[in-house]
Design a protein around this ligand. Structure first.
Ligand code: AP5
Length: 212
């Protein structure tokens, strides 16, 4: 399954719900790159220069990550791609990789949210340093300010969640990622879902779309 949609539409939030329902892994390239950065390994340091500016990391780097990740045993029964593919080059590379594995994308969900709401969601997002759980100061606040409900880790704001960088990321989405909707439409695989409403309401819309 591929989750498509602009930054802040709720891909990560819904992917975490879907992995519980279907028992398949979430593969989030943004999380993998941030993890590489926190370990200060060469991939992370190279990616940082792009991420800090709100730009996409070059295709060859992310394609390599995905090719390696899809070979792992936990992907044999399916997987949820969150934040990949993001360019036509990535989408085409994914087709080739999956064909070689005798697999294919069965569902593409495009989550649509208007820009003002995306900016509100991203500027208010806070993430746990320890377990990666995502919160929102207003829409999904932790029980105790600044502290993760699950593991009591410290909550922080992503560097690219500052308003100026968010606008850049939204422009990059329109220019480089939105064309993937018609790429997958031509294959008859896309369902568009309005991402407006509560997290639970979107979860229900996704469940309906997947079962129809
Ligand atoms: P990445 O980490 O993938 O960021 P993104 O796509 O910009 O998506 P986000 O994680 O910001 O948003 P989301 O849709 O997951 O929303 P979330 O559920 O958290 O990528 C970061 C960077 O890495 C990129 O800019 C690029 O540099 C690089 N990168 C990653 N993948 C790449 C690739 N394939 N190729 C090249 N470069 C790549 O929700 C947001 C907030 O809203 C949260 O606070 C949440 O609690 C809240 N919320 C969620 N749903 C709702 C709701 N229904 N109502 C109210 N609030 C809600």
């Amino acid at each position: 399954m591929v989750l498509l949609g602009p930054p802040g539409c709720g891909k990560g939030t819904q992917a975490k719900i879907l992995i519980e329902t279907y028992g398949i892994p979430q593969i989030a390239t943004g999380d993998i790159l941030r993890e590489a950065l926190s370990q200060k390994n060469p991939l992370g340091l190279e990616a940082q220069t792009y991420m800090d500016k709100g730009l996409l990391v070059p295709d060859h780097l992310v394609i390599k990550i995905i090719e390696g990740r899809l070979q792992k045993g936990d992907c044999a029964g399916g997987f949820i791609l969150d934040g990949f593919p993001r360019t036509l080059g990535q989408a085409e590379a994914l087709e080739t990789t999956l064909a070689a594995m005798n697999q294919q994308i069965e569902h593409v969900l495009s989550i649509e949210v208007e820009e003002g709401e995306l900016i509100r969601r991203l500027t208010g997002r806070r993430i746990c340093r320890k377990c990666g759980e995502s919160y929102h100061l207003i829409f999904n606040p932790p029980r105790q300010e600044g502290q993760c409900d699950s593991c009591r880790g410290e909550l922080y704001q992503r560097d690219d969640d500052k308003e100026e960088t968010i606008k850049k990321r939204l422009n990059v989405y329109q220019a480089q990622t939105a064309p993937l909707i018609s790429f997958y439409q031509k294959k008859g695989a896309v369902r568009s879902i309005s991402g407006a409403g509560s997290i639970d309401a979107i979860k229900q819309k996704i469940e309906r779309a997947l079962s129809s």
